[in-house]
Design a protein around this ligand. Structure first.
Ligand code: MG
Length: 376
């Protein structure tokens, strides 16, 4: 990636936050640096992730995911970050670039003031979680590189404890599902998207091919608590490990009813975004699915995992369709979690980084500083 392709925040400020496409190919020369005057410099550019297969969910299908790539520079160090914006989350390349263009990180001369820097970023505007995550990830990468250590090590985690990761089988025709099962051969756990009428049929097709454990993501698709309970009890007999977001996130009373009766762990995904939501989920769900694009990045994701553990809840780490940048950042946390769903980089055809790998179905963390990625 050439520095000239990136936009500096100061350039956006000068241009009145205009986001015309031509701006993204523009070049801005960094200000000359003198010894002892290092300041954080943020650069970013939109990037379209091309999906290997069209992504079919209950309500729509898509072939691309909009994304913004970020670099945070300090002296001779470069931290990489990323915002991925699946449409249902409400952020766009334009909103992310607008948010990043408002940031003035040049006010910080010490990148180790993580709390202060992230508090400032959070205070600039509400929401914008993926945009905030992109800077948080880049800052973690930068700090890890300055310290010469990967984040799993800074957090005191043992990389061999990284769990198996699941491979997602979407809602599709029988032929495509059978094809995807072939692609999923190296994976120990299959993640099944549900929430349509033919849910049981999908599981029967899978069970005709393999007895590997499955986990199910209903994506809020079951709107009757009785039906949800019936499905969960049926899934338990199909060697299912847990069910993610069985009912719409707003159905609090029904979720409490289901939680009392269901014999599989229920994991909150759409219900939960950031740290305060973990307490809201306690008593309604058995666990949480942490994603960096929801949590505003690694700092809060780590706090969420620690809090959930303290509450004796299960912890899962997931991702969006992302390059190996954000997936490898999330993987740093994986030795701390029960289940990982980190296959977002495998679903795209134009990755920009080499990073974490799946070896024999298990997450393998690179022994590289920061988030462990190098540009391809
Ligand atoms: Mg989910």
């Amino acid at each position: 990636m050439d520095r000239r392709d990136f936009i500096r925040t100061s350039a956006l400020g000068t241009l009145g936050l205009s986001l015309a496409p031509s701006l993204f190919t523009g070049c801005s020369t960094p200000a000359p640096r003198t010894a002892g005057s290092d300041r954080l410099e943020l650069l970013f550019k939109p990037y379209d992730l091309k999906l290997k297969h069209a992504f079919n969910l209950a309500k729509n299908s898509r072939t691309h995911t909009p994304d913004v790539q970020v670099q945070l520079r300090y002296g001779d160090y470069i931290g990489y970050g990323e915002a991925s914006m699946p449409p249902y989350l409400g952020e766009t390349q334009e909103s992310v670039c607008r948010f990043l263009g408002q940031l003035d990180l040049s006010q910080f001369t010490d990148p180790f003031r993580l709390e202060e820097i992230l508090d400032y970023i959070d205070s600039v505007a509400p929401d914008n979680r993926a945009a905030k995550a992109s800077v948080d990830i880049a800052l973690h990468d930068l700090l890890g590189k300055i310290m010469g250590q990967p984040w799993y090590r800074i957090w005191g985690l043992s990389p061999e404890k990284a769990p198996a990761t699941s491979f997602t089988i979407g809602i599709d025709t029988e032929e495509v599902v059978r094809q995807k099962l072939k692609e999923a051969a190296p994976y120990r756990i299959l993640k099944i998207k549900m929430g349509l009428d033919n849910d049981k049929e999908l599981v029967r097709i899978i069970r005709s091919e393999t007895d590997r454990p499955i986990c199910v993501d209903a994506n809020q698709g079951w709107s009757s608590k009785e039906y949800a309970l019936e499905m969960i009890e049926w899934l338990k007999e199909q060697n299912c490990l847990f069910v993610e977001q069985p009912m719409p996130k707003e159905m609090i009373d029904e979720q409490a009813w289901l939680h009392e009766r269901a014999s599989l762990p229920l994991i909150a995904d759409e219900f939960l975004q950031r740290l305060p939501d973990v307490r809201r989920a306690y008593g309604l769900y058995d666990g949480i699915n942490i994603k960096l694009m929801k949590s505003t990045g690694m700092h809060e994701a780590y706090q969420m995992a620690i809090l959930a553990r303290a509450l004796d809840m299960k912890v899962m780490v997931g991702c969006m369709t992302e390059t190996s940048c954000a997936v490898s950042a999330a993987a740093q946390l994986s030795p701390l979690v029960d289940w990982a769903d980190l296959d977002g980089n495998l679903l795209i055809a134009n990755d920009l980084f080499d990073g974490m790998k799946i070896v024999d179905g298990k997450i393998s963390l690179p022994n590289r500083p920061g988030i462990g990625v190098v540009p391809l």
